[in-house]
Design a protein around this ligand. Structure first.
Ligand code: FEO
Length: 398
């Protein structure tokens, strides 16, 4: 296991989780990495850590450069166990090592590991000298937990951003420029949609703070490292995502179906959007993972969700999706509830409430669409005319 040199005296010493396919419900088709960074200076510094089961891999990479027992300082930018799981083992090896993090980090680490390590509390704006270099701290609460912070090294222009700007990609490459940039940006978008989206207001503040720094490299804790040629790209994308910039010419039609009647409606709704020049994507919940749908939701203005009525309610797949969506809390979207039914038709008002109530998703809702049993060609044509008028009216209001 080799360390990867990023600049003079700074190395990537993380671990690659090639097999990871589920990160608390998020489908990680490409695996992930947990990035730790070693700085060789007067005080040898390790920034962040790895999952406990990959500790040996991190130690092997550190050992490629120095004896791990020579580490003088630990910086912990986040408590979550994908970045702290190896700490208990490491601190058995170097028990009195200073561990720098913020108050929420100290509290979280104590609650996780029940250890009174040699914590050094930092506040946002504090700096420490490790020799030729300075490390400055910027707390970034809720990007992704209350304890998150960035560490910035001005001499090298490197921002160690932990979960910020990350992507779940396992690869032998370390730099975003070494892979097709579309793949890295797509995975960064998926990561934002499934992990960071609820905290977009905090991201706005982070972007303002980052704009005051001279940054040559952004080193996140997952996936590929951003270098000068692609930093403007990822910062511009983060700005769009954080400010909820969606495309009013983009729609998603998300549904599950029982006897294909709701599916017939979904196709008719899709055709209506396309007729109006609104790019539309059909997403059947039996075929598409909810974490992939979230990636599309980042940029679509119109969100249509359909379910037939089952047991006076909605289908379980649709319920799981709506609750996931609500938790991730995209803003300023136009919603449409639809579905077929046999007699009660409860799925449609339930969807309308779950999507439109300000205490739920809080979308600006179109009038719902429902059809009984198997839609006829005439039913679908009438529904399309109704929807077309609704969409035109809504677009005029925008
Ligand atoms: Fe990658 Fe919030 O941990």
């Amino acid at each position: 296991m080799k360390a990867i040199k990023l600049s003079e005296g700074i190395y990537w010493v993380g671990a690659i989780d090639w097999d990871l396919r589920n990160f608390h419900g998020y489908l990680t088709q490409r695996g992930s990495t947990y990035n730790a960074y070693l700085i060789i200076d007067e005080k040898i510094t390790l920034i962040d850590n790895v999952k406990s089961y990959l500790y040996d891999e991190m130690i092997a990479r550190i050992s490629d450069i120095i004896e791990p027992s020579k580490i003088d300082i630990l910086i912990q930018n986040h408590v979550e166990m994908d970045h702290s799981g190896g700490l208990p083992q490491l601190l058995k090896l170097i028990p009195n090592t200073e561990l720098y993090t913020n108050a929420a980090g100290i509290k979280g680490l104590k609650l996780h590991y029940k250890q009174d390590w040699n914590f050094k509390e930092i506040k946002s704006g504090d700096s420490i000298s490790i020799g030729k270099r300075t490390l400055s701290f910027l707390t970034t609460p809720m990007v992704h937990w209350p304890d998150n912070q960035f560490t910035y090294c001005p001499e090298d222009g490197i921002l160690f951003s932990n979960d910020g700007f990350g992507q779940h990609i396992a690869s032998s490459e370390r730099l975003a420029s070494e892979l097709p940039i579309g793949i890295v940006l797509e995975e960064a978008k998926k990561y934002y949609a499934n992990i960071v989206l609820p905290y977009s207001k905090q991201v706005q503040k982070v972007l303002d703070a980052a704009a005051t720094l001279s940054i040559k490299m952004i080193c996140p804790s997952h996936g590929l490292i951003w270098t000068e040629e692609n930093i403007p790209l990822i910062l511009a994308e983060y700005k769009n995502w954080a400010y909820s910039v969606s495309d009013k010419h983009s729609a998603l039609v998300i549904y599950d179906t029982m006897w294909k009647s709701t599916q017939m409606m979904a196709h008719a709704i899709h055709e209506t959007f396309e007729k109006l020049g609104i790019h539309s994507k059909l997403l059947n919940l039996q075929a598409t993972h909810i974490s992939d749908i979230m990636t599309d939701i980042i940029s679509a203005k119109f969100i249509a969700v359909g379910s037939p009525t089952l047991n006076s309610s909605i289908l379980p797949t649709v319920a799981a999706f709506i609750y996931y969506l609500k938790g991730l809390s995209p803003k300023d979207r136009i919603g449409l509830a639809f579905g077929s039914y046999g007699w009660g038709g409860q799925s449609i008002p339930i969807l309308q409430q779950l999507m439109g109530d300000p205490k739920e998703c809080g979308f600006d809702m179109l009038e719902p669409l429902k059809l009984q049993y198997i839609p006829s060609a005439e039913d679908l044509a009438t529904m399309k005319e109704n929807l077309e008028q609704q969409i035109k009216t809504k677009l005029e209001e925008q």
